[in-house]
Design a protein around this ligand. Sequence first.
Ligand SMILES: [Zn+2]
Length: 109
Amino acid sequence: MATIRASCEKCGDVQLTTADVTVRMCVSNDEGEYRFECPDCADLVVRQAEQRTIDLLLAAGVEFITWALPAELFESHSGDPISHDDLIDFHSFLANDEALATQLQALGS
Ligand SMILES: [Zn+2]
């Protein structure tokens, strides 16, 4: 198992094994990071990493996890953002059982 040298903000340089390090890569923007629990202070250390560093860590055999940005970030939106007044109106609407029932019936027909 390869030895990996990394740095903790509190403890300075620390030595890890491949089992201690995880690479996480966002498939939406190809940004990557590596993370480990510091063997001295037990803090979780997360570092942004360039592709070259990620490739070296993966070649050493560290765990590799991918993730994607939420699909909502790629939705197109139009109109003004929801305002505080809109929320108050919606709250009032939900509190009015008769108006809510009427609207729900209209949606169902
Ligand atoms: Zn530490």
